[in-house]
Design a protein around this ligand. Structure first.
Ligand code: PLP
Length: 455
């Protein structure tokens, strides 16, 4: 019966659904790769009752794990009371207000005001607009350009897509905003002023110099780059960029869509480097994926400048401040705090990195284990001494992902640049020691199988 239902669903999916970040041709010919049915804690089950460890929290967002009854209950209760009301025309609702208070009690410095969105891309587009609007209010309307980093992922709406520094996304469908420019990531010395560095021209500082600071509104950075392959910046990098933005009168936007709300073992990614951005984009972990919600949090001077405006703010989404999504967000943040999940992510992340040390001693091609909290990754390099990468046919990252899947672990591989083979592991923050050990042992078996295949 189940299989018949699954067969029917797969056929209907092939006919009727265009999947995001999936090969359309593959899906039309083969149907969905997995049809999920239910989730429970760290685990997610397909319609054949196969059980998988959700090793990347789906899209790095299911932070409290699957099947959380408290979140289901709060959603049920809020839907019965007031499922939806709008925030346009000054309307408000209790969950939206309480959640704003909660978020701003967690964010550093005077990041004290919130604009609600429905997700990460909308948050980044909103942050760009608010940054530009702020400069308009300050009489500097020419400050329009946004500088982002290569390998950064900021979403797929037209502006966020251009900020994204992954070519396949940036180039998709040819839409372009010439005011959004990619710079080379993580060049600390350049950002501190090393003009003799060979890549200086393409650093953030070099880009500001070329474009003119009077044309640049903001720099956007993920504290730890996620979908670009889990890249932790070098020590002092974020401080150097903060200082540069201050010197040049440019706003700094932290894209905390993945890092925010505990994923990295701190409330926010920027907490690792003790900086306060001017605007912060959040989404994903704010509700652990149980409802669609995002927000832009802004510092007091920005909110103050915007609040001088008597006219309507010509920006807003139908689902800005959605009561049910906000009630879920509030309960989710309460759970994260009550269960000490941020500290747990920190501890479990250290354990994962220890596991990576073990794997790198065992497999010569396992390189650069890295991460903070439960946002981790590693490279697969065929011959690290000679810097020889795996060929596309050897498909190292995707083979490991497949081997792990066969053994009941879902993780992610990245190979969007020639020679790139990165694997990301980011399980829910509720992971315990034995879960981390299981993950490492499945990755170990998968690497061993791949190693034998290579001969
Ligand atoms: N910013 C970052 C850092 C992300 O990782 C993502 C999604 O993965 C986004 C923005 C876009 O968020 P959404 O898919 O909710 O629009």
């Amino acid at each position: 019966m189940k299989n018949q239902t699954l067969y029917t669903l797969a056929e209907l999916d092939k006919q009727h659904i265009l999947h995001p970040s999936t090969s359309p041709a593959f899906n039309r010919n083969n149907g969905p790769t997995i049809v999920f049915e239910r989730g429970e804690g760290l685990h997610i089950f397909d319609m054949d009752n196969n059980k998988y460890i959700d090793g990347v929290s789906m899209l790095w967002n299911v932070n409290v794990g699957h099947g959380n009854k408290e979140l289901a209950q709060v959603s049920f209760d809020q839907m019965q009371k007031l499922a939806y009301s709008s925030m346009f025309y000054g309307y408000s609702n209790e969950p939206a207000v309480k959640l704003a208070e909660k978020i701003t009690s967690m964010t550093p410095g005077d990041l004290d005001s919130v604009f609600y969105t429905s997700g990460g891309s909308e948050s980044n587009d909103t942050a760009f607009k608010l940054a530009r609007f702020y400069w308009e209010r300050k009489g500097l309307a020419n400050k329009k350009k946004i500088i982002s980093l290569k390998r950064g992922y900021h979403g797929v709406t037209v502006a966020a897509q251009r900020a994204t520094g992954i070519e396949v996304y940036r180039a998709f469908s040819g839409s372009g905003d010439p005011d959004i420019i990619n710079a080379e990531p993580h060049l600390t010395s350049c950002e501190l002023g090393d003009i003799n560095h060979p890549s200086y021209q393409n650093s953030i500082r070099g880009t500001i110099e070329r474009e003119g600071a009077n044309h640049v509104a903001a720099v956007i950075i993920e504290p730890i780059q996620g979908a670009g392959g889990v890249h932790v910046p070098p020590e002092d990098y974020l401080q150097a960029v903060r200082k540069l933005c201050d010197e040049q009168n440019i706003l700094l936007i932290a894209d905390e869509v993945i890092c925010g709300f505990g994923r990295t073992g701190r409330s926010f990614g920027v907490n690792h480097w003790d900086i306060v951005p001017d605007l912060m984009s959040v989404a994903k972990g704010i509700t652990s994926g149980y409802a669609q919600l995002g927000a832009v949090v802004m510092r007091t001077p920005i909110m103050d400048a915007i609040c001088e405006v008597p006219d309507m703010l010509a920006h807003g989404f139908t689902y800005s401040g959605h009561p049910t999504a906000c009630a879920v967000g509030l309960k989710n943040l309460e759970i994260i705090e009550r269960e000490n999940l941020i500290d747990q992510a920190d501890q479990m992340g250290k354990l994962l990195l220890k596991g990576f040390d073990y794997l790198s001693d065992k497999y010569h091609f396992f390189q650069n284990g890295r991460g903070r909290g439960l946002l981790t990754g590693f490279d697969l390099i065929k011959d690290p001494e000679q810097n020889i990468t795996f060929t596309p046919e050897e498909a190292a990252a995707m083979s490991i992902v497949e081997e792990c899947k066969k053994r009941g672990l879902l993780i992610r591989g990245f190979d969007f640049e020639p020679g790139m083979n990165i694997v990301a592991i980011a399980p829910p923050l509720i992971s315990q020691q034995e879960d981390i050990e299981t993950i490492i042992s499945i990755v170990d078996e998968s690497l061993s199988t791949y190693s034998k295949r290579l001969g």
